[in-house]
Design a protein around this ligand. Structure first.
Ligand code: EPZ
Length: 416
């Protein structure tokens, strides 16, 4: 167990380099089992990636991680039950459902884990697999998926689910005939996964729109792909720059992927300059309040709502923060209020009165992005903040202590 100690109040200046996207990497690794020998570049060093490497090894895939480059040899895969202690370490273990169903037509896996941010059902994934011809048995916490063969079909998602879109794509690449996913999610990460599958020999078109067409193929080879930059890590540090930056440069980003955030920041009067691959941002005193409503891509990302709520505590007036994707994304609010914020939660919405002075406190990270929000609050606050349960944060933010220390933050991790 670790805790994080932060001594707040320092201005941050210098450059933070953004790593590969967690939510892309966690699908690319399982996708690699659909081919032979693959290389994934720009892999972030986060615990979710380690958990997936352990599952790949369990399935007899050979893996080699050198720096940020991961080689996966899936030629000698042995299909085996993925036990609870492996699947439960992260949400994305469920991508082995689609990938194994595609390749092996048989999967045994226990339920996935992940942040406690809502009920997180997987009914759309299961319905998609069934539509492709799979039989699904649920035995307690274990799923058994099997099919004689998969046959392409039209699948209508009732919501633009990132996970269901990717999982159905992973199975459908090996289906006979054509699958069309209607009302598909449009996130940039999905384009990254489809680029990888297409480089392996898949025939996927329409990614980045809400209609994805997958023409099934008989074989896929290995391929090379680079994980796209993490738009949520980028967004988190850009918000930090708006809080306490002094020409803080966030580099290695794709500005288009974070437009919903940067346009809100401009609306608030934040001092930011957007360049082709970086954003430079400084704190300003006169931030205007604003209303945030999280939406599917390209709307304001739910994963950046909690960090953004910290900035709203420093705006001059009343802001509304409305979450629409997850029922339980306000877990960080009691901690922010303990640190001096004035936030009233009503169901999935919060009214944030600003500006309020934040002071250091002992707080608990209840989930990944809520934990990141507490790091931002701790760095902004006067005095010392101690964050416990930081394992949530380490699941998704690569090398966070070093990246922040390099720009002048006083932050350390301590074993407890
Ligand atoms: C992905 O989760 C991300 N996780 C989440 O990031 C992110 O918040 C979310 O997409 C939305 O952008 C990963 O990529 C590993 P969804 P996912 O399926 O795929 C409901 C983070 O902080 N739903 O798009 O699980 C669901 O309950 C994480 O990095 C069903 O009802 O999200 C939710 O309300 C947290 N049935 C909504 O859809 C289903 O079968 C969106 O879920 C599937 C989803």
């Amino acid at each position: 167990m670790k805790r994080m100690l932060i001594s707040g109040g320092n201005k941050l200046t210098g450059t933070i380099s953004i790593g590969g996207a967690k939510n892309s990497a966690v699908a690319l690794l399982p996708a690699a089992i659909l081919g032979g020998v693959s290389t994934i570049k720009n892999v972030p060093h986060i615990s979710d990636v380690n958990a997936l490497i352990d599952i790949l090894e369990l399935l007899n895939c050979q893996t080699k991680l050198e720096g940020h480059e991961l080689t996966i040899d899936a030629r000698h895969l042995k299909n085996t039950l993925i036990p609870h202690k492996y699947s439960n370490r992260l949400r994305a273990s469920y991508y082995f459902m689609g990938a194994l169903l595609g390749r092996e037509k048989y999967v045994e896996i226990y339920i996935p884990g992940g942040c406690n941010i809502g009920a997180r059902p997987i009914d759309m994934h299961i319905d998609g697999f069934k539509a492709l011809g799979a039989n699904i048995k649920i035995d307690g916490d274990k799923y058994i998926l099997e099919a004689q063969k998969l046959v392409g079909t039209d699948i209508y998602l009732r919501f633009q689910s990132v996970g269901a879109t990717i999982n159905i794509m992973l199975a459908a690449v090996y289906a006979e005939g054509t699958t069309i996913i209607h009302n598909a999610a449009e996130e940039a990460e999905i384009v990254n996964i489809a680029d990888f599958l297409n480089a392996m020999g898949a025939k996927i078109t329409g990614v980045g729109t809400n209609t994805i067409t997958i023409k099934g193929v008989k074989t896929l080879t290995g391929a090379e792909i680079s994980v796209l930059p993490d738009r949520i890590e980028a967004g988190t540090y850009i918000i930090l720059g708006a809080l306490i930056g002094e020409n803080l440069c966030i580099k290695n980003i794709i500005p288009k992927h974070i437009e919903a955030l940067t346009s809100k920041l401009s609306e608030m009067g934040a001092a930011l300059t957007i360049k082709p691959h970086e954003v430079i941002i400084s704190a300003t005193k006169n931030l205007k309040p604003c209303n945030i409503k999280t939406l599917v891509y390209p709307g304001f990302a739910t994963d950046i709502g909690q960090p953004m709520s910290v900035l709203l505590t420093q705006a001059n007036g009343t802001s509304l923060f409305e979450e629409t994707i997850w029922e339980n994304r306000m877990g960080h609010v009691p901690s922010l209020n303990k640190m001096g914020a004035n936030i009233k939660v009503n169901g999935m919405s919060a009214i944030i009165e600003g500006p309020t002075k934040l002071h250091g406190s002992e707080v608990i990270a209840t989930d990944l992005r809520g934990g990141a929000a507490l790091v931002l609050a701790g760095l902004t606050a006067d005095g010392t903040t101690i964050i416990t349960d930081v394992e949530h944060i380490l699941r998704g933010y690569e090398d966070i202590v070093n990246k922040l220390t390099q720009v002048g933050a006083k932050i350390e991790l301590e074993e407890i």
